[in-house]
Structures are given as C-alpha cells and as structure tokens.
Design a protein around this ligand. Structure first.
Ligand code: CP
Length: 313
C-alpha cells in the first residue's frame, strides 16, 4: 500500500481487524518503526478527533509529528496547471507538495467537500493535488468523498461489539441545520459492504447517496420500520447528492430517540448535535458506542501508519 485514501485501499479487511486487535493490546510495541520518521498533518478544515488521534497514533509508533492548520495559516494554494496566478492563490500545489515532502516521511491531508460544485468536489483537488505532487505516502484524513480512518474505526468498534455472526446494521440519515458532506456516510457504507453484516440505509426521499456507493445495499424511507430489530444504528446527516449540497429536509422526526433505537447499539462519528441528530438519552445510555468509536480512531490511524512505515523500511 503506497497511500491510504479510501477503504478500498485495505487489501484484506478481516486481517486488518485482527491486526487492529493486536495493536490495541500493545499500542507501544512498535516504537522502533517510527523512530526518526516525521508525520506531517495538514488541515484545511477543523478537527478534534482526527487531529489528536492521528498524532497519538504517530506517538505510539515513535514518530515525530508536525501539524499545520493549512486552511487558516498556509498560503492559499493554486491547483490548476497553467494558471496566471494574479488572484488570491499565492502558492502552487506543485511547489507546496514537494516542499512538504522534504520535511516529512508521511503526510496526512484533511480537505472537505465544498458542496458548491459536484464535479469539482469529485475531482478531489486538494487530496489528488498532494497525491500527484508529493513524493511521500499520503493519508486521507477526510476528503470530499471519503473518511476512511473513521470507517476503519467504525469497523473495529462494530467488531468489538458484535454478538451475532451477521448483525443487522442500519445507516440512518438524521437531521442537521447545515449542509454536510457525504464522506462519512460513503466510507461507512463501503466498509460495511465488505463485512459480514446485513446492511441497509434509511433516509428521506431526496437524500440518496451516490449510486456507485450504494451498490446493492437496500435503501428504505420509513425510519421507524427500518430500525426495528437493528443491532447497530449508525446516524449521520448528509446533504442531497442529487440536488448537490442542498438541505432538502430538516425533518426533526428523523432524530434518533431511545424509543426508535430499541435494543440496538448507537454509533456516530462525532461531533454530534445533541437533541437534533440524537437525543441525550441515547448518548447517555450504555447503548451508545460513540466514545469507543472515537478511541478506536487512534488504532485505525496507527494501523494505517504502521503499514505505511513498514513499506518505507
Ligand atoms: N469524526 C471526526 O473526524 O472528528 P473530527 O472532525 O473532530 O476530526
């Protein structure tokens, strides 16, 4: 594995989940691997979990870490070739990526969808710009289309909590006052499609994800019915894909409540808006896995960094 940009980069999910279990038992057992190596993390968007868990993962592997809030502190980057740079952009990705590659051994990039132009978002200009011009491995810390480190942490969490051989997992759309990207939902669906689970999606009409992500996963529109008998309920808001980036429904009836949850475990990537996406009673209950998911972000990142470091030596 040269880079980690998508859950599709995981060659064998079953083996990786076993590796994650072993890492969790002995997180500091590979300190030698990262000795003398530097992880650079460039954030074009805000973060709590990704920023700290990825640093923690690198520290557990003996790496040094440099973090930059690139969106706020870096020069505005130009991504297109041949541009006359007499506007806002002060630096071209061609220089920036090669310069950063001299300071670091592995590079993490967070750059969300802008939700204004689907074609532009789908071209992943920031992530692909660094992939094209950096000379070191690149890790996706959430891009326009995917959040693979979150999805891997979700898979680890599900594995730790599964009782049934093939649990029923429901991804439910939930309300939110703002238009949010599709990345978390996309990667969650993609990783669950690779696990021995019975996956379905429930959402209001108009919130269908990209067809290429949904594949054969069943999509329902009646939340109460879809959640009945679920073992895991994963809540997430996303904006419309068809009416790209639009909020076409703010229906509060889609908030996850204790009543709708039944006996299922509750999952969310965080940050979560209480009493909008999910009611307090769910988050405060023992059915909530959200803190465990956030903890597993360290081990998903550590597993990816370990694999990349092994490829460097
Ligand atoms: N789940 C997640 O990626 O959290 P942050 O946005 O805080 O990094």
């Amino acid at each position: 594995m040269k880079h980690f940009t998508s859950v599709l980069d995981i060659p064998s999910l079953g083996n990786w989940l076993e590796d994650a279990k072993a890492l969790k038992k002995d997180p500091r057992g590979h300190l030698h691997l990262g000795k003398g190596k530097t992880l650079g993390l460039l954030f074009f968007n805000n973060s709590l979990r990704t920023r700290l868990s990825t640093q923690k993962a690198a520290i557990n592997l003996g790496m040094d870490v440099m973090v930059m809030n690139f969106g706020k502190e870096g020069w505005a980057l130009e991504f297109a070739d041949g541009t006359v740079m007499n506007g806002q952009s002060a630096e071209h990705i061609r220089e920036a990526a090669r310069v950063v590659s001299q300071y670091c051994d592995i590079l993490g990039i967070r750059a969300f969808a802008q939700l204004e132009n689907r074609e532009l978002d789908e071209s992943e200009p920031v992530l692909n710009g660094f992939l094209q011009h950096a000379t070191i491995p690149v890790v996706n810390l959430e891009s326009a289309l995917g959040h693979p480190l979150q999805a891997l942490a979700d898979a680890i969490t599900l594995e730790e909590n599964r009782i049934k051989k093939q649990p029923r997992v429901v991804l439910t759309w939930a309300p939110h006052p703002r238009a949010l990207p599709h990345a978390v939902a996309n990667s969650f669906v993609q990783i669950m499609q690779r696990m021995p689970v019975d996956l379905s999606i429930v959402q209001p009409s108009g919130y269908e994800l990209d067809k290429s992500i949904i594949g054969n996963t069943p999509v329902y529109f009646d939340q109460a019915k879809a959640l009945q008998g679920a073992d895991f309920v994963y809540a997430k808001n996303w904006s419309s894909f068809e009416q790209y980036g639009q909020v076409v429904s703010e229906d509060q009836d889609w908030m996850v409540t204790k009543e709708k949850l039944g006996d299922a475990k509750f999952m969310h990537c965080l940050p979560v808006r209480r009493n909008v996406v999910v009611e307090d009673a769910v988050l405060e209950s023992e059915q909530s896995l959200v803190i465990q998911q956030a903890n597993n972000r360290t081990y998903s990142a550590q597993l990816v960094l370990k694999k990349l470091l092994e490829g460097l030596t």
